[in-house]
Ligand binder design. Structure first.
Ligand SMILES: NC(=O)c1ccc[n+]([C@@H]2O[C@H](COP(=O)([O-])OP(=O)(O)OC[C@H]3O[C@@H](n4cnc5c(N)ncnc54)[C@H](O)[C@@H]3O)[C@@H](O)[C@H]2O)c1
Length: 254
């Protein structure tokens, strides 16, 4: 798909990986709608990137009517939607049996709600518009963001890994089902990237994370995530699979 023809909705687009995709595609001439809970963060970024091809909608990916409404607004703003990048997510760390006792069920549910159910909620609302695009080739591309923790979650990541494992699991059945509408579905499973989510960790933890990455032995750059998202849109034969983007990193138990 020619980048100037991209009409993308990016959830979690006010920060980190989603913001890097928005930045790249804005530079390429695409239209972009960011959906995020955090309007303060978005306002700062929007004022630096003021452009009539960029719109921000404050919404919660876990809210069904809000997401339907947001997609309708996005469709109106761009005169269509043909790409969705699901980047909204939270870490939700915590042990099953922590120092304060067993993990409150609410913590587990919230992580699954945002990372998995929120991704599904945004995907179905976007696909409902994409199915009518009536293009000769792709009517839409949905890119989810899982994590390598979907495959080798660490201690303290039971909720996060379960949520990301769910994202991995829904990728193929969604791609199979939406094939008849010429909508592709892919998932990126990032390793450890420099974003506000990770930059808040101490330098020692970041150094030890970097040292465990075989090559290149450093954290990923958000621009590298954006490059892959762009390639997924460009390459029509990518569908129904999960791509690890991790410098060969494999998470250890701790
Ligand atoms: N940074 C990493 O190393 C890394 C690694 C693997 C996977 N990921 C995944 O990539 C995605 C993006 O992560 P990031 O590092 O850019 O994080 P980030 O915290 O920088 O950005 C996440 C964004 O999601 C938004 N958000 C959170 N809950 C929301 C909700 N309910 N509705 C709408 N927006 C919401 C936040 O406001 C924030 O702007 C997440 O799904 C994360 O799990 C990140």
């Amino acid at each position: 798909m020619d980048r100037t023809k991209i009409k993308a909705v990016i959830t979690g687009g006010a920060s980190g990986l989603g913001q890097a995709v928005a930045e790249q595609w804005m530079a390429d001439g695409a239209q972009v709608v960011l959906i995020d809970l955090n309007s303060t963060q978005a306002d700062t970024w929007m004022s630096a990137h003021s452009n009539d091809r960029l719109t921000f909608i404050q919404a919660d990916v876990t809210d069904e009517p809000a997401m339907e409404d947001a997609m309708q607004q996005a469709h109106a703003a761009m005169d269509g939607i043909n790409v969705l990048v699901n980047c909204a997510g939270i870490l939700g760390p915590g042990r099953v049996l922590g120092k304060q006792g067993p993990m409150p069920l609410e913590n587990f549910s919230k992580t699954v709600m945002v990372n998995l159910i929120g991704s599904f909620n945004a995907a179905k609302a976007a696909a409902a518009w994409m199915q009518h695009n009536n293009q000769p080739d792709d009517n839409g591309v949905i890119i989810n963001t899982a994590s390598i923790a979907a495959f080798e979650g660490q201690i303290g990541q039971a909720a996060y890994s379960a949520s990301k494992g769910g994202v991995v699991g829904m990728t193929l059945p969604m791609a199979r089902e939406l094939a008849r509408f010429q909508i592709r579905v892919m998932t990126i499973a990032p390793g450890v990237f420099h974003t506000p989510m990770v930059d808040g960790m101490t330098p020692e933890i970041q150094d030890s994370l970097s040292a465990a990455i075989p090559y290149p032995s450093r954290l990923g750059q958000a621009t590298e995530f954006a490059q892959l998202a762009g390639h997924i849109v460009d390459n029509q034969y990518l569908n129904g699979s999960v791509i690890r983007l991790d410098g060969a990193a494999r998470l250890t138990p701790k």
